[in-house]
Design a protein around this ligand. Structure first.
Ligand SMILES: CC(=O)[C@@H](O)[C@H](O)COP(=O)(O)O
Ligand SMILES: NCC(=O)COP(=O)(O)O
Length: 252
């Protein structure tokens, strides 16, 4: 069964638009879990535009499903520019403190509006090895955010990753354009290649109620969904939205 991990970035984004505590990230996490979400994902960026280090600490203490923290492992500490908001301690320092069940490494930078590419392991594979070794020593499962390139999966295994997360924007765009079969074939080949070398397969980015039912990747262990889910939760309510996403997963 594929786990539905709800990404709460956009709940935090709404909260941060005022000096307030609502919407409460932990409360939303608990509502999603009560409705059937099997995991919670957050992506604390150095500018803390949405998820903050303090959110990660509260979620770790306050939920009883897997916590998946995403980020660039080379992201250094950054001072907070908001009164009452803790500094960003650096990705590795935050993960060492929080010890999430899973750390998903993403080659993001501050200038990006969102995550928009996977790792190039020809460039980063060697320097990721000690990082992955350290994360695993802290008890975290390690997943690498990857484009759907079958030939890259052996390098992900060689870097020491437990899983890869297929970056699914290309699939989502193709599905929205009504011409997704070739994209799906590419993702299926990448997932098979990952499984063949012993990697688990996660997936995420721009998945939604429309494209999820057609995302036929038998190897997929977990999808992490945030942006579209947040929009759907505004329309249907959290409980109903979770049910719809679980049905979409089951219907694949
Ligand atoms: C890695 C990925 O694709 C998403 O999980 C990421 O968290 C999206 O980040 P934003 O929510 O900041 O767009
Ligand atoms: N790793 C993908 C994720 O956590 C959420 O991505 P999105 O659904 O907000 O695009």
């Amino acid at each position: 069964m594929t786990i539905l991990s709800i990404n709460l970035n956009k709940i935090a984004l709404i909260r941060n638009s005022r000096d307030t505590t609502i919407p409460d990230v932990l409360d939303h996490a608990r509502q999603c879990i009560a409705a059937g979400a099997g995991g919670i994902t957050v992506h604390p960026r150095p500018d803390q535009r949405h998820i903050r280090a303090d959110d990660c600490r509260e979620l770790k203490a306050g939920i009883d499903v897997e916590l998946n923290i995403e980020g660039n492992p080379f992201a250094p500490p950054r001072s907070s520019d908001r009164a009452g908001v803790s500094d960003y301690p650096g990705f590795m320092a935050l993960v060492e403190e929080v010890r999430p069940a899973q750390a998903t490494l993403v080659p993001d930078g501050d200038a990006q509006l969102t995550s928009d590419h996977g790792f190039d392991l020809e460039v980063d594979g060697e320097r990721l090895q000690p990082v992955i070794e350290q994360l695993k020593a802290w008890g975290c499962r390690v997943s690498l955010f990857m484009d759907p390139l079958p030939e890259a999966m052996a390098m992900a295994r060689d870097a020491g990753a437990d899983r890869i997360e297929l970056y699914t924007e290309r699939y989502a765009r193709a599905h929205a354009a009504g011409d997704y079969l070739q994209a799906l074939t590419d993702y299926q080949a990448a997932a098979r290649a990952a499984a063949k070398v012993g990697l688990g397969v996660n997936a995420g980015h721009d998945l939604n109620l429309s494209n999820l039912p057609d995302f036929d990747i038998p190897e997929c262990l977990e999808v992490s969904i945030g942006h579209a889910f947040t929009v759907d939760a505004l329309q249907y309510g959290i409980e109903r939205a979770i049910q719809l996403y679980l049905q979409a997963l089951e219907g694949r």
